[in-house]
Write a protein that binds this ligand. Structure first.
Ligand code: SF4
Length: 340
């Protein structure tokens, strides 16, 4: 008999499962708490379940978990990059970053990515498969256990386009924010998209209270289409309309991510155009100096980065430069890719 993997099931699904093995529904609530609140991966440790039930669970169910392959700590800051192996031997990466009291985990949502952004190491892998809800949220559970730290913030900016795996992502976010589970504040979960416009509208209409970030990265369609081919289908003006729709529906700021690449997206004209593009949008802007990953694209000199930033300063919305963490361990933005 095929065993049921319980990791990734929500409360109703766990209740249904225990009823299917002739147990009372509240046993599902107990298992939910062991899995997502106490991060227990073994039935033997679920001490409020009878021995008889634990034996039955061993026969009928399993709890999949990520296996740590290797972890590397940055020498520049405290960031840690984790390489995990999944049940089918695929591998994914997650990055833990510290900032004051915040411990932010950047998680993956797919093995590889189909979006093919030309500056991104993950994009070069192509898409292998979507992660399941259990695999998405288990990155948080596993890192908390390994590091002994409570993860306070989650950003879905690791390997994969989160909205390409929409349903599994939303289920994982629900489990992460469930009061009986990890109880992460919804506003502390950020979903980042390269610009899958129909999913932005859906996300807005469903009124999730997670935050949205959009990777813009260029101010001209010609350039954006070159570095992010999905722009040919969903150009900048349409993307900004979708962003405005999200802010109106959610009453939350959208984060506009803008990667500065030398000679491509870092001119003062770009800065002026960027100001025009976000005019009237309830947003904040993150300028991200590119992490040299793929030879063709280069990081601007620091002087250039500061000039761009200065040009943006008269905007009334917050503008910050996000100096990537973990550059020395290939953990910065656009650097996640499993090196076979
Ligand atoms: S930047 Fe994001 S969406 Fe683009 S290829 Fe990389 S992982 Fe995929």
């Amino acid at each position: 008999m095929q065993k049921v993997n319980l990791k990734g099931l929500d409360l109703n699904e766990l209740r249904d499962f225990v009823v299917s093995i002739d147990e009372k529904p509240f046993r599902g609530d107990q298992i939910f708490s062991w899995l997502y609140n106490k991060s227990i991966n073994s039935f033997d440790e679920m001490t409020n379940l009878s021995k008889e039930l634990r034996d039955k669970l061993l026969e009928r169910a399993q709890i999949d978990q990520l296996k740590l392959v290797v972890q590397r700590q940055s020498g520049q800051d405290q960031s840690i990059k984790y390489l995990f192996q999944l049940e089918d031997d695929s591998q994914i990466e997650s990055v833990l970053m510290f900032d004051g009291n915040r411990a932010t985990l950047c998680i993956s949502t797919q093995v590889g990515c189909a979006i093919d952004c030309k500056f991104c190491a993950t994009g070069m892998m192509g898409l292998n498969r979507h992660l399941t809800p259990g695999e998405i949220l288990d990155q948080v559970l596993a890192v908390q256990k390994l590091n002994g730290t409570r993860v306070t913030n989650v950003v879905c900016m690791g390997m994969g386009e989160p909205f390409h795996n929409y349903d599994n992502l939303m289920k994982a976010c629900e489990l992460l924010s469930d009061e009986l589970g990890l109880n992460l504040a919804r506003r502390h979960i950020v979903v980042s998209t390269s610009g899958l416009i129909p999913k932005i509208y859906r996300f807005a209409d469903e009124n999730h209270k997670y935050r949205l970030a959009i990777s813009l990265n260029a101010t001209l369609d010609e350039i954006r289409s070159r570095i992010m081919p999905l722009n040919k289908k969903w150009p900048i003006a349409e993307l900004m309309k979708a962003a405005a729709y999200y802010t109106k529906k959610s009453d939350l700021r959208v984060t506009i991510e803008y990667v500065l690449m030398a000679g491509l997206t870092d001119s003062l004209e770009d800065a002026k155009r960027l100001k025009n593009i976000v005019k009237g949008l309830f947003c904040k802007i993150n300028l991200i100096p590119y992490n040299a990953t793929l030879g063709e694209f280069k990081r601007p000199e620091e002087r250039r980065i500061m000039q761009f930033y200065e040009q943006m300063r008269d905007l009334t919305v917050p503008v910050t430069i996000r100096w990537s963490k973990g550059d020395d361990i290939d953990a910065g933005c656009g650097q996640l890719a499993v090196k076979a």
